[in-house]
Design a binder for this molecule. Structure first.
Ligand code: NAP
Length: 294
């Protein structure tokens, strides 16, 4: 099976690079240098030359706040480029595994979002990702879309790494305590995609839209506390005081969903793969970051 991964330099792309070649040694990884998704007319010829059987799209325009003022770029990468990839897949019988976001929801629910819940994005980023999902469905290609949330890992930029950095620099940290979500370890997401690949390979894939995120919901404040507890255990410097604040006290250009809890049970049922365990992942991430470089 010829697997092509787009977005090799992102968090998920790097985690896929860590684990996928062990299972599929011939998987090919492309970053922006190999395929710039802003160059829409170049997508189909590049993919045709590669002739993959499966494409994993780990790339996206993910600058949530900048998207509010740069919506054209967000829609180019998250909708129009995705549509080009999906159309190529439909025409050439290629399977597409794509990643989307909890930000397609407005966060006004009080119970975990199932795949049947009605999306209503409140940010440009969320709307552009939803448009990408719709383009995939409209293309008619065989696809699995995994909506995920609050992704963190030892790679790239994320809340986990920001907390470790700020925790080493400041005595007091103020963290939003009234947004609830499901932290997801990017490496767990990479393994979830491998579970899907195995089903694609043996012809038993249940195509469609799924939620895949952390199995326990938590506020950013509680997530930070868990990070600092694990960091303190291995002797890292952590802040003396961590205080919960409200979203109002930490305004951002793009609104965030207040309740961003994804129900991953449909995916677990269909693919026999558990939700991400962010508690153990914090320790795994700390170990990965503290490994001496080779
Ligand atoms: N991070 C989260 O908390 C979160 C939450 C929910 C859903 N998701 C979704 O999960 C997926 C993976 O996210 P992530 O955290 O791994 O994102 P990320 O670290 O920001 O990586 C995204 C990758 O997309 C690439 N990319 C952006 N524009 C491109 C272009 N024009 N051409 C080619 N490549 C381009 C970037 O390339 P460069 O490195 O060259 O910039 C980057 O490597 C995305 O679909 C995202 O929407 C993420």
């Amino acid at each position: 099976m010829n697997i092509l991964v787009l977005g090799r330099n992102g968090q998920l792309g790097q985690c896929l690079l860590d684990v996928l070649p062990r299972v599929y040694p011939n998987a090919v990884f492309w970053g922006r240098q190999q395929l710039d998704l802003e160059q829409l007319e170049g997508i189909e010829p590049r993919l045709s030359a590669q002739q993959p059987d499966v494409i994993i799209n780990a790339s996206a325009y993910t600058a949530v706040d900048q998207a509010e003022t740069n919506s054209a770029l967000a829609y180019t990468v998250n909708q129009h480029a995705v549509a080009q990839v999906a159309d190529y897949c439909a025409k050439n019988d290629v399977a597409l595994l794509h990643v989307s976001t909890d930000y397609v929801f407005d966060g006004s629910s009080q119970r975990p979002y199932a795949e049947t819940a009605e999306p209503n994005p409140s940010s440009v980023y969320g709307a552009s990702k939803l448009a990408g999902e719709k383009a995939i469905a409209a293309s008619g290609c065989r696809h699995v879309i995994l909506r995920t949330a609050w992704v963190f890992s030892e790679h790239g930029q994320n809340f986990f790494k920001t907390m470790l950095r700020l925790g080493g620099e400041r005595d007091t940290l103020r963290i939003v305590g009234d947004q609830i979500g499901c932290p997801t370890y990017a490496r767990d997401l990479a393994f979830a995609l491998i579970s899907v690949l195995k089903r694609v390979e043996n012809g038993t894939c249940s195509w469609g839209l799924y939620h895949y995120a952390g199995g326990r919901d938590v506020s950013w404040f509680e997530f930070a506390e868990a990070i600092f507890a694990a960091a303190a255990d291995i002797g890292l410097t952590v802040p003396k005081h961590v205080m919960a604040i409200t979203t109002e006290e930490y305004p951002t250009p793009a609104p965030r969903p207040a309740w961003s809890v994804l129900d991953s049970s449909l995916f677990t049922h269909a693919f026999g793969h558990p939700a991400s365990n962010w508690q153990t992942a914090i320790e795994a991430c700390l170990r990965a970051l503290n490994q001496p470089s080779q």
